[in-house]
Design a protein around this ligand. Structure first.
Ligand SMILES: *Cc1c(COP(=O)(O)O)cnc(C)c1O
Length: 461
């Protein structure tokens, strides 16, 4: 930045100038050279305030994580108290800390009944790296080291480290670094995309069974003696809020049981109330063997994630395992764990999961479907506090826009200009609001969203 003129600059310009040194994630650095970023300065409840004083309704809960909303006193006080008491100690070499101990026992209570052990990480990506090592370790200990292949799905998102992005199914990420060996991808249960591909309607449940069958086909193709696990998000998040047909998960579960392969449910987004149940695994009765968690665990206030391990896997690690040669400096970080405890206790005392399931999610979903009436919207789908609007050229004939037209991005930019954070995944507009959102804020959302759909329609006409 030009320091000589610094005195004449607004705060926004000063921060934007300094941010020129910030290499941003998932961003074309050249775009930021052309137009500097918006600076978010503070937040309360479900609203963000930028450095120019605009108040934006945050329908993405930050990045799918600020489930209990901004400015929660209990979380702030927990961090402050713990950082004074003990800012850091590790969990290696037979030590623990009160917050790491308490959080593991609290997680054993709120997660599905067959899981009683938590391995801690600082993020969802590290959780999925841990998953890969655990899957391989488990089959080694079972005397079947040749079982190595993990089956995942196209468009899955499991994080950004090399292992996590390999487990993920994002082509743009694979193009920059490849996929490590022994990870393969099958189709996602994306009914809307399939109808557009075919240009006709399609029986939803039959399609769901076919999508599940592609996993069995892949296992047969590779040989079951080579296959270790199947990993999936209960509902795909970053891939575009892909709600599977009802037939999908029961069929997948049957296939995993039939072939005796591990099921990994990536709950980094679906976990902690997003679907109206504590976990997506509860919603679909998955009984996974491993369950990576992060994001909503601390409502994003501090970075913490982990892997929940099913009892039968833990038994093998305890009885046959020896030392598990894996861990992070910040595994079970006491301040992050203290905030996660405060967050879970707040969720429990506010009955937030029940409130979402019984009250706010049904209202959100009902009003969200109204956006499906807009001429630009080919489908409005969602579950719990999760939703996607598919923007299409011709809704009656399932015809999408040319992806190069960037219609989703145009709509997203209108949203930002109209104080609404709604994300674009291609031409799907995504919401994942804080779970504490109230009906009045949902009404504000619907009004702003409709207006931005109108503006988008006019802009592309
Ligand atoms: C965000 C996400 C991750 C990665 O979590 P990070 O904390 O960003 O590393 C993994 N899995 C899913 C399903 C996610 O949405």
């Amino acid at each position: 930045m030009n320091t000589a003129n610094a005195a004449n600059l607004s705060n926004t310009e000063k921060w934007q100038g300094m941010d020129g040194h910030h290499f941003h994630p998932f961003t074309n650095p050249n775009d930021l050279m052309q137009k500097p970023p918006r600076i978010i300065e503070s937040a309360q409840g479900v609203y963000l305030t930028d450095s120019d004083g605009n108040e934006l309704l945050d329908m993405m809960a930050g990045l799918w994580c600020v489930n209990m909303g901004y400015g929660q006193k209990k979380l702030i006080e927990a961090a402050s108290a713990q950082i004074s008491q003990l800012p850091y100690y590790n969990a290696f070499f037979k030590t623990s800390t009160p917050p790491a101990a308490e959080l593991s026992s609290l997680l054993a209570e709120v997660t599905p009944a067959h899981m009683h052990h938590a391995f801690f990480t600082s993020s969802g990506s590290e959780a999925n790296d841990t998953v890969l090592r655990l899957v391989w370790r488990y089959w080694d200990l079972m005397g079947k080291p040749e079982k190595r292949v993990v089956i995942s799905r196209k468009n899955a998102y499991h994080g950004s480290t090399i292992a996590a992005s390999s487990l993920g199914g994002m082509d743009e990420m694979h193009a920059q670094g490849g996929v490590i060996p022994d990870i393969v991808h099958v189709d996602q249960p994306n009914w809307f995309a399939k109808r557009c591909e075919l240009g006709t309607d399609l029986d939803r449940e039959e399609f769901g069974r076919q999508a599940a069958q592609s996993i069995a086909d892949k296992i047969e193709e590779l040989g079951v003696d080579k296959v270790a696990a199947f990993i999936a998000e209960p509902i795909q998040g970053a891939g575009g809020v892909i709600v599977p047909p009802d037939s999908y998960w029961p069929e997948v579960k049957k296939i995993c049981d039939h072939y005796g392969i591990l099921l990994v449910a990536d709950e980094v987004i679906c976990g902690f109330g997003r679907t109206g149940e504590w976990f997506g695994s509860n919603l679909y009765d998955l009984k996974p063997d491993l369950m990576p968690i992060a994001k909503g665990l601390s409502s994003g206030y501090l970075p913490i994630g982990g892997v929940m391990v099913a009892d039968h896997i833990m038994d093998v690690l305890i009885n046959k395992g020896g030392e598990f040669n894996h861990g992070y400096t910040y595994s079970g970080h006491p301040v992050c764990a203290a905030v996660a405890i405060a967050n879970l206790r707040l969720m429990i005392s506010e009955n937030i999961v029940e409130k979402v399931r019984e009250t706010t999610a049904p209202y959100l979903q009902k009003r969200f479907r109204e956006l499906g009436e807009h001429p630009l919207v080919g489908e409005a789908r969602g579950v719990g506090m999760f939703g996607a609007l598919e923007l299409v050229k011709d809704k009656d004939n399932y015809i999408k826009f040319d992806s190069k037209a960037g219609v989703g991005t145009i709509c997203r930019d209108f949203c930002l200009d109209n104080n609404l954070v709604m994300r674009a995944v291609g031409d799907a507009m995504i919401i994942s609001p804080p779970l504490i959102i109230e009906q009045a804020d949902i009404d504000v959302y619907i009004e702003r969203a409709w207006k931005c759909l109108d503006l988008t329609q006019k802009a592309i006409a």
